[in-house]
Each structure stands twice: as structure tokens, then as C-alpha cells.
Design a binder for this molecule. Structure first.
Ligand SMILES: [Zn+2]
Length: 190
């Protein structure tokens, strides 16, 4: 496995609509392993392929790490809890309600502001082997994280969905990001 560089806002790849994964082969497995390593090393809870410069519909997340820990019964020591999840070609097929809460993004270091998301989602996706699966997420960190990462696959960013656009622009500017366009028009490819 190898830790990859995460691209920051300004990279045109973050505004592209990504391509569907067709081949569930060794190179996909390697990509996913590298994405997990990069995400854990960066202490993120989610990472989408465009953030490492790969324009494919792949995202990884683990909302338990590093916040959740448990006591190992054998050693009686506190250990980290991992709950990795990979979604390939994910599509939100049902959505309802609205929640507003603070989000960050590995492509925007040190930027946090309130973002509007759906409260409940039903997602259809494929797993590492290409098997079709569905999951429901509601009113929690995982629910918001999945929506944030799926947006990345469509060239959308959290700066497109602020609860307060004026406040968001101020925070972005203070963090050193200039020329924020919101909402932008994603570059359509393929
Ligand atoms: Zn992000």
C-alpha cells in the first residue's frame, strides 16, 4: 500500500464528473487499499478517488476511526476501532429531510462550516467484487459523509452547499483559498 498526495481545491480534477468503474480487478483493489491508507494517514473519515487524482466513481469511508475506541478484553488496553466501507458506483436512489452540520474536507485543509445535507438516504452501490448492494443511512455522521463523498464523484464540493454562503466565503478566504465560485458549473466529460 502507499499513501498518496491529496489534491487541494483549485485542482481541475475536483470539478470533473467521474467515470463508472467497469472492471473489478487487481488495479481497483490496489486503488482502494491506497485510498484507505491515504485517508487513515490524513485522519479523514472519507475520501473520494478524484481527491487523489483518479477520475473514477470510488469512495472509501470510516466514520469510526479515529474517534471510536474500545477496550480490548485480552490486553485490557484501549485500541482503535476500524469500520472501513468502500462504495463503488454509488447512487442515491431515495432521499428525504434536511440536516445542517459542520463539515470539513481533506481537499480544504483547516476549513469547517455548516453544510446542508439530506437527513436520510438510500444508496445503491457495488462492493469490491462488483456485487450490487444497498444501504440506508440516517441522521448521522455516516449519512453526511456518504453524501459529501458522492458529491466529489460528480465534481461537486461542500462549498456548493453552505448553510450560510457569506459565512462560508469568509472562512474559506481566511484559510487562504481565493476565487471560490459557488455554485460553479461542473465540467462534464464522457
Ligand atoms: Zn471532501
Amino acid at each position: 500500500m502507499s499513501k498518496l498526495d491529496i489534491v487541494q481545491y483549485g485542482d481541475p480534477g475536483l470539478r470533473k464528473v467521474t467515470s463508472r468503474v467497469i472492471k473489478f480487478d487487481k488495479s481497483l483493489k490496489k486503488l482502494i487499499e491506497d485510498m484507505f491508507e491515504t485517508m487513515y494517514a490524513s485522519e479523514g473519515i472519507g475520501l473520494a478517488a478524484p481527491q487523489i487524482g483518479v477520475s473514477k466513481r470510488v469512495l472509501v469511508l470510516d466514520v469510526d476511526y479515529p474517534s471510536k475506541r474500545y477496550i480490548d478484553e485480552k490486553t485490557n488496553k484501549e485500541v482503535e476501532s476500524y469500520n472501513p466501507l468502500v462504495l463503488i458506483n454509488p447512487v442515491i436512489i431515495q432521499k428525504e429531510g434536511q440536516i445542517i452540520s459542520k463539515e470539513g474536507c481533506l481537499s480544504f485543509p483547516n476549513v469547517y462550516f455548516d453544510v446542508i445535507r439530506h437527513k436520510k438516504i438510500l444508496v445503491r452501490y457495488q462492493d469490491l467484487l462488483g456485487k450490487e448492494r444497498k444501504l440506508i443511512a440516517e441522521d448521522d455522521l455516516r449519512c453526511r459523509c456518504i453524501q459529501h463523498e458522492i458529491d466529489h464523484l460528480d465534481g461537486k464540493l461542500f462549498i456548493d452547499k453552505p448553510a450560510d454562503a457569506t459565512e462560508m466565503k469568509k472562512i474559506i478566504k481566511e484559510a487562504g483559498f481565493e476565487n471560490v465560485s459557488s455554485p460553479p458549473s461542473p465540467i462534464l466529460i464522457g
